[in-house]
Design a protein around this ligand. Structure first.
Ligand SMILES: *[C@@H]1O[C@H](CO)[C@@H](O)[C@H](O)[C@H]1NC(C)=O
Ligand SMILES: *[C@@H]1O[C@H](CO)[C@@H](O)[C@H](O)[C@H]1NC(C)=O
Ligand SMILES: *[C@@H]1O[C@H](CO)[C@@H](O)[C@H](O)[C@H]1NC(C)=O
Ligand SMILES: *[C@@H]1O[C@H](CO)[C@@H](O)[C@H](O)[C@H]1NC(C)=O
Length: 388
């Protein structure tokens, strides 16, 4: 299983062989606590989490206050018998003692405001670190994932890039043997603004590459959420793809064995301007309508995609670009996404590149109910691909 040694994979595989006699990687599953508020087949609680598939589950999100405290971005609650409470999340370990449970701090909504205030002030930064260590100990978590989106951007200060390194270094020291990871943006321009990769590489256990949202309805033509390689319609030199991002992180100084490949369990949707062109790069007038489970214009969970395709098979036209990406349309509704085949190919790629494993945004967006077949088809496909 470790014989397929390509490029950077030598160290990662040999290290794994030495310790565990296997080459299986990490399977990091994010969990969005607000999924408890979804209706019908989207309704999701911690009891739905695939504790037998993921090696790490990351509760999302907590966020920093301007005083170095933290708060839950979504209230802890129980809705129709399902819970998103941290105590119930932690209890998942009772059935799988190998499972690593973490908490993510940040996310898109809090942006940089309080992070910037706190990391640039030695007193407040020390307070936040104490707050985090206490939180992790109180809940017996296995570590912290920093999801600051992004240092020195979205309301941040130029000094954030260096101060993020200071936060990471100090927090890692304070956490001791607990894990410290970060979810990171993937383009060179984001790295230039936000990350000193060689320094971060010294202290972080893993970088969770957010290898998705390359395209979406903020653009005027269709594009898939996370092409592995260039889209067939991309102009030469277009670098918006997973492979380019992975090389970019490695060239900037990240150890391949610390990189975790991000996978989207959702697609980005558009409304086509006409049916004359239904490919990638086709004119679009905006987001596709919201779906029945997640209810977000511009995005469809994999469960929303596959269940609609199953229920309305003849209405859909589906194109799979083998080993790269999938796109499909039903009349003028267009979605670019990954299916089990392309997820398998991406996970295989992660293994061949010597990466630590795969990461999903998010467990609650995969077909967890098995509406289209077996449960969690994308998480299962990724595990198979990595272990192929
Ligand atoms: C920043 O922290 C303050 C409390 O200090 C809080 O009221 C506010 O909601 C936080 N802002 C963000 C964007 O998280
Ligand atoms: C552990 O597994 C048992 C049997 O499947 C289940 O009833 C119980 O709810 C699980 N406990 C937790 C905390 O998930
Ligand atoms: C850092 O934060 C503390 C606590 O809020 C405050 O008293 C102090 O003035 C701040 N230091 C600077 C340099 O802003
Ligand atoms: C990263 O930080 C180190 C140490 O402060 C510094 O020497 C180096 O120039 C920085 N690199 C980048 C790309 O910012």
């Amino acid at each position: 299983m470790c014989s397929k040694v390509v490029l950077f994979s030598v160290l990662a595989c040999f290290a794994a062989v030495a310790t565990t006699a296997s080459c299986s990687g990490v399977v990091v599953c994010y969990y969005g606590a607000w999924s408890i508020w979804r209706s019908s087949s989207g309704h999701y609680g911690v009891s739905d989490l695939p504790v037998d598939l993921c090696t790490h589950i990351v509760y999302s999100f907590i966020a920093p206050t301007a005083e170095g405290g933290i708060y839950f971005t979504d209230a802890e609650d129980t809705v129709n018998g399902k819970s998103n409470k941290m105590d119930d999340f932690v209890a998942l370990k009772q059935n799988n003692s190998d499972l690593k449970l973490m908490v993510a701090m940040g996310g898109w909504t809090p942006a940089s405001t309080n992070f910037t205030i706190v990391v640039n002030n030695d007193t407040l930064r020390a307070t936040l670190i104490n707050t985090m260590v206490s939180f992790v100990e109180e809940h017996d978590l296995d570590g912290v994932d920093l999801d600051w989106e992004y240092p020195a951007q979205r309301g941040g200060a130029d000094s954030d890039k260096e101060q993020f390194v200071v936060l990471v270094k100090e927090l890692k020291a304070a956490l001791g043997s607990k894990l410290l990871t970060a979810a990171v943006a993937v383009t060179q321009s984001n790295i230039d603004l936000s990350y000193n990769v060689t320094e971060l590489n010294k202290y972080l256990d893993y970088f969770h590459l957010m290898n998705y949202d390359y395209h979406g309805s903020w653009e005027t033509v269709t594009g898939v959420v996370a092409p592995l390689y260039a889209q067939l319609t991309d102009a030469a030199g277009t670098n918006l793809n997973v492979n380019h991002s992975v090389y970019t992180w490695i060239e900037n100084g990240a150890s391949p064995s610390k990189l975790v490949l991000g996978l989207a369990a959702y697609g980005k949707t558009f409304t086509l301007t006409s049916l004359d062109n239904t490919s990638t790069g086709a004119p679009a007038s905006g987001a596709g309508v919201a779906g029945p489970f997640v209810g977000e214009a511009g995005s469809y969970s994999y469960a929303e995609i596959c269940s609609d395709q199953a229920a309305n098979a003849t209405a859909w036209s589906i194109t799979e670009v083998t080993g790269n990406y999938v796109y499909a349309n039903k009349d003028t509704f267009w979605v670019g996404y990954d299916n089990a085949n392309t997820i398998y190919a991406k996970a295989q790629y992660a293994k061949e590149m010597g990466l630590a494993g795969i990461m999903y945004w998010a467990a609650d967006l995969d077909d967890f109910n098995g509406l289209c077949g077996s449960t969690y088809p994308l998480i299962k496909a990724g595990i198979s691909g990595y272990n192929a």
